[in-house]
Design a binder for this molecule. Structure first.
Ligand SMILES: Nc1ncnc2c1ncn2[C@@H]1O[C@H](COP(=O)(O)OP(=O)(O)O)[C@@H](O)[C@H]1O
Ligand SMILES: [Mg+2]
Length: 352
């Protein structure tokens, strides 16, 4: 897929802006606070239906305006597709795909696939398990509407179960139906995520070898309820809910399930979530992101656009060159404060 055009209106700091992209590398270049990340965020929003910077859509509306508009046109193997979004201060956001309003956000998934890499991207290694779960969920939601739906249902069931625990009305009888639902939906999520992490392994190792010259091999493993089949995983989840019931009742919170899972990341047998150097963590994170690009391309049959926010300023020149080479063949949108060295790589520079 190639994103051809982005239009925004009353969005963040832009009253109106149209951007045309080239098929290869594009860069928003300009001083701080010009709105470079804002425009990257707009493309991301058209891809996954939310921002990577805030859970509150309203923050995207220009401060003196009533509603914001984002419109993206992309060329795919099947022809031109458009995503149009209206974010209102008082109503729910409205999304139209090819000018047909959609009623469920799952219908947006995969229309304009995106992969984001930002300085926070290092978080997929270093920070809380929540960041690694998000890494899996954002990719899986884009490739599977069923996954998106299962995840939404799981979140709702989890919230209901936690509300019941807090209400004081929780006991073995009232919890049983929630536990059954939670284990059923949870098994779908764990099964998909474990499969995804398995499939990430080889492309991650390959990209890592490319970036480092091949000295070390990262190993990824999903940490969650055991099992490969949905039934097996469901049984493990049910057993964990039973095991933790007493502490759930005492602390009024659900302690086990895919909302607590993680990815174990080892290099040469050492857990780099805690023991890796920053350079090591950064390289593995980059390799995982490049692997994500590959998997999305394989599954969707079209390549996502890669959005790189302020990543180049953080890399030394060798890693920069390696990264640009690894991105060959993918459409890329970069933000940077200067265009040093971009010219030799044929980057379409969009001045901000
Ligand atoms: N809702 C909004 N209304 C008006 N201005 C906004 C809004 N949200 C962010 N901004 C402005 O956008 C600018 C930051 O844009 P950003 O894309 O982060 O800049 P950069 O070019 O450094 O990436 C700031 O000046 C901020 O005040
Ligand atoms: Mg920025």
């Amino acid at each position: 897929m190639i994103v051809k055009k982005l239009d925004v209106k009353d969005y963040r700091n832009a009253a109106a802006r149209t951007v045309e992209f080239s098929d290869g590398r594009n860069a928003f270049v300009g001083p701080n606070a010009r709105g470079k990340t804002n425009l990257l965020e707009a493309v991301y929003f058209a891809g996954v239906g939310k921002s990577f910077r805030t859970p509150r859509d309203r923050e995207l509306i220009k401060s003196d305006a009533e509603r914001a508009y984002i419109s993206v046109a992309a060329d795919k193997e099947c022809g031109r597709e458009t995503v149009k979004i209206v974010i209102d201060r008082t109503a729910n956001k409205r999304v139209a795909v090819n000018d047909v309003p959609i009623s469920r956000m799952s219908e947006l998934m995969g229309v304009c696939p995106v992969v984001l890499f930002c300085p926070d991207g290092l978080k997929i290694i270093k920070e809380a398990p929540a960041d690694r779960r998000r890494f899996m969920d954002i990719a899986l939601c884009q490739v599977s509407k069923a996954y998106f739906a299962a995840l939404s249902r799981y979140d709702k069931i989890l919230q209901s179960r936690n509300r019941l625990l807090k209400s004081g009305g929780a006991n073995d009888n009232t919890l049983a139906p929630w536990d059954e639902l939670l284990a059923t939906e949870g098994a779908r999520i764990v099964k998909s995520r474990r499969g995804y992490v398995k499939r990430l392994q080889i492309p991650t190792a390959e990209r890592h070898a490319f970036l480092t010259g091949g000295a070390e091999t990262p190993e990824l493993e999903y940490e969650g309820a055991e099992g490969d089949g949905a039934e097996e995983i469901k049984a493990a989840l049910s057993a964990a809910l039973k095991r933790d019931r007493e502490s759930d009742l005492r602390l009024k919170y659900t302690h086990s399930g895919p909302h607590k899972d993680d990815i174990k990341i080892k290099v040469n047998g050492v857990d780099i979530r805690t023991y890796g150097s920053q350079g090591q963590q950064r390289t593995v994170a980059l390799a995982m992101k490049l692997a994500e690009m590959q998997l999305l391309t394989d599954v969707l049959g079209t390549s996502p656009v890669l959005l790189l926010d302020d990543v180049f300023s953080e890399l030394d020149s060798t890693r920069r060159e390696k990264l640009l080479a690894a991105l060959d063949g993918f459409q890329t949108v970069i933000t940077a404060t200067d265009d040093d060295g971009f010219a030799q790589f044929g980057v379409n520079i969009i001045k901000m």
